[in-house]
Write a protein that binds this ligand. Structure first.
Ligand code: GLA
Length: 350
């Protein structure tokens, strides 16, 4: 188990940023920068032992500053959308930054993906950990309360990257944290041949602004039924209104089993390389996004052009727009309470 760090660059505000490399005894390597808590690379072997980088991203800080679609980043204070950038809490209406049509997306104009986190390396015999801390001030992007957030990236010898989220506040607020890595287990091409299983019997349909309508719909008989292994591309162009609205998959799946137990949410298998990714979480939902807004305008690592469906995201989280949807599990965090969630990405071959 090893952690090393290098200088990665300087932000326009003059803050120094590092790039950390976590390596386990199997040779799996994860690179993370404390700018946005971004995972810049995950190198894992294929079925012949050949290592490859399975996430989209950039080689330089400058590219992340200017040409990113939340690649690999930590998302907060509220991941996903909040309708009309407004919510009401304890009788007070809060106005958030507007950055997605009329709506608020991924924490606003300068969300947790664009701030510099305080890093701490934690060396242990069986794990390599990077702990990142950020204090989001009362009023930042419109949110109430000073929110102290600690995210710990833990690499194990079982080729598992665990992300532990922790937060406390001094005043009632809303919190929904996730990571926005785009995976491509083939290390090239699109993800349309990746075979996906999602442990969800229902999803939350959206309107044209990708805001949940409040309906909970069974996946059975729809192209969103991934209860058995299905290629991502098999039904992505089906004539189904929800796919048309999102230009592919961009939906919150309601994970099986209630309560905050840690369990399997999804499994992805890439037939050509044999790579398998298992996603487990304590979160009630998972946004599955098939990289629909990638349009070839971003050139990433190794000069690769990121076209539509070049990567896909599995974002375990609370449901989008929960603060305005009384029937969804609550995202309110009060003074004295602790926000705790864990998500894991475990790699293997088949
Ligand atoms: C999330 C959203 C998508 C899109 C991407 C970023 O996954 O659900 O609609 O905004 O982030 O491009």
């Amino acid at each position: 188990m090893k952690i090393t760090s290098d200088h990665f660059g300087v932000t326009p505000e003059g803050e120094e940023v590092s790039l950390f490399s976590l390596t386990n005894d199997q040779g799996m390597e994860v690179r993370i920068t404390n700018y946005g808590g971004i995972i810049t690379a995950i190198n894992v072997p294929d079925r012949h032992g050949q290592p490859g980088d399975v996430v989209l991203g950039h080689e330089t800080l400058e590219r992340y500053l200017n040409r990113s679609r939340y690649f690999g980043a930590l998302i907060g204070r509220y991941a996903n959308r909040i309708a009309h950038r407004r919510f009401c809490l304890d009788g007070i209406t809060y106005s958030l930054a507007k950055n997605n049509g009329e709506n608020h997306l991924h924490g606003g104009l300068k969300g947790f993906d664009k701030v510099v986190w305080r890093p701490r390396e934690i060396h242990a015999s069986d794990t390599a950990c990077l702990q990142l801390t950020y204090l989001s001030r009362d009023g930042e992007e419109g949110y109430p309360g000073n929110l102290e957030t600690i995210v710990t990236y833990v690499l194990t010898n079982g080729n598992e990257l665990r992300i532990e989220y922790f937060a406390t506040t001094d005043q009632a607020t809303i919190v929904n944290l996730t990571n926005h890595s785009y995976f491509n287990l083939a290390c090239g091409g699109t993800v349309l041949d990746h075979q996906l299983t999602i442990n969800a019997e229902a999803f939350t349909p959206v309107d044209k602004g990708l805001i949940p309508t409040g309906e909970i719909r069974n996946v059975r008989g729809t192209p969103l039924d991934f209860t058995s292994r299905t290629a991502i591309g098999e039904r992505i162009n089906d004539c189904y209104e929800q796919l048309r609205l999102a230009c592919g998959y961009d939906h919150n799946f309601i994970l099986r089993q209630k309560g905050e137990t840690f369990r399997n949410a999804a499994t992805v298998y890439e037939p050509a390389t044999g790579r398998v990714l298992e996603i487990s979480t304590t979160q009630p939902g998972m946004q599955f996004y098939s990289g629909n807004f990638l349009d070839g305008s971003i050139v990433g690592k190794g000069g690769r052009v990121y076209v539509k469906h070049s990567g896909c995201c599995f974002e375990p989280q609370h449901f989008p727009d929960s603060p305005n949807q009384p029937s969804f599990p609550t995202t309110v965090l009060r003074r004295g309470e602790q926000y705790r969630h864990t998500t894991s990405f475990k790699f293997s071959v088949e």
